[in-house]
Design a protein around this ligand. Structure first.
Ligand SMILES: O=C(O)CCC(=O)C(=O)O
Length: 315
């Protein structure tokens, strides 16, 4: 009797999950085609940003390959911005290393991690309250980056995620979760920026990408992107189908990578040295309406001092 009940409960749960999934996918498609994204495309078309040569070149490369790499200073030439980020990153690195040392001695720490991806220590993770003066949030709503994201997505984008990651080296072991090839499930209109805050070589867990695998690219038919799709194909099959195509982003501190991570990517498999990077995610309003949520809330509300594009990204 008990066994039958358990079986029935499991079946009911499975059906309920399937119905919920279908509802989420339908909501996403509706918001992408008709509701949120249409209005957001209109806003962009009514007020397209003036891009300079650096931004135009990034946009061209993004459209062709799904990624572009550039020194941070080329996008944000104001030296004081980099100086502040660099100093903040060093502080985060030092605090994280103190916390990790305490943990390895069996003590507690306040380090933030996310379930399922415990190998990364995060500055903010989820549910953090940020002031508009937070340097990493400011990086996310910096018009130089935001204009690239909006132009690539063809609409005013939402700043969905802002964080700093510390990936400690792991002497041995298999690749786990985002260390394996995958597509991000959360949006087809997606742009992430990764800013390396230490030099990253082969042993530091570089980010890797398969050019042309983003939606609309020549390899988009490989386990194609779907909302909530089956986004982790067997590693060996993908490696065979995309043989020789993957790009590995080793680079100096201050390297900025723009990438549509609805295409295949992986990274953070640090072997001997820790990797420290900042990451910001721009997605479409449809994604926030159904598939994902912002990892931060604003401490101060949105100021009138910001441009409409910035206010939209943060709301
Ligand atoms: O840590 C990395 O390099 C990969 C990150 C990743 O998979 C993601 O942000 O979606």
């Amino acid at each position: 009797m008990h066994r039958q009940k358990t079986k029935l409960a499991r079946r009911v749960h499975r059906v309920a999950l399937a119905v919920e999934r279908r509802g989420i996918v339908a909501t996403y498609e509706l918001h992408d085609r008709v509701l949120s994204n249409r209005a957001s495309r209109r806003r962009f078309a009514g007020q397209p940003p003036q891009l300079d040569d650096v931004q135009r070149s990034i946009l061209e490369r993004l459209r062709k390959d799904g990624y572009a790499v550039v020194p941070f200073g080329d996008v944000v030439p104001d030296q004081s911005v980099w100086a502040e980020l660099d100093a903040e990153a060093s502080r985060f690195q030092a605090e994280t290393e103190t916390g990790l040392a305490r943990e390895s001695e069996g003590g507690g720490s306040e380090l933030r991690r996310r379930e399922g991806k415990e190998f990364v220590v995060r500055k903010y993770a989820y549910g953090v309250e940020l002031g508009l003066d937070d340097p990493w949030l400011r990086l996310g709503y910096n018009r130089r980056l935001l204009d690239i994201a909006n132009s690539y997505n063809g609409m005013w984008s939402k700043l969905e995620y802002v964080d700093l990651w510390y990936t400690p080296p792991l002497a041995a072991g298999e690749r786990k979760s985002s260390q394996r090839w995958h597509r991000d499930f959360n949006d087809r209109h997606l742009l992430k920026a990764f800013l390396y805050l230490v030099d990253v070589d082969e042993d530091t867990g570089p980010f890797e990408y398969i050019p042309g695998s983003a939606p609309g690219g020549e390899l988009d038919h490989l386990w194609p992107w779907r909302p909530l799709g089956d986004n982790y194909p067997p590693e060996d099959e993908l490696a065979e189908k995309a043989a020789g195509r993957a790009v590995t982003f080793t680079g100096k501190k201050g390297t900025l990578i723009f990438c549509n991570t609805a295409g295949f990517h992986r990274g953070g498999f640090a072997k001997t040295k820790p990797r420290v990077l900042a990451t910001v995610t721009y997605s479409s309003p449809a994604s926030l309406a159904s598939l994902t949520q912002q990892n931060y809330s604003l401490a101060d509300g949105i100021e009138n001092g910001l441009d409409p594009e910035q206010r939209y990204a943060l709301s």
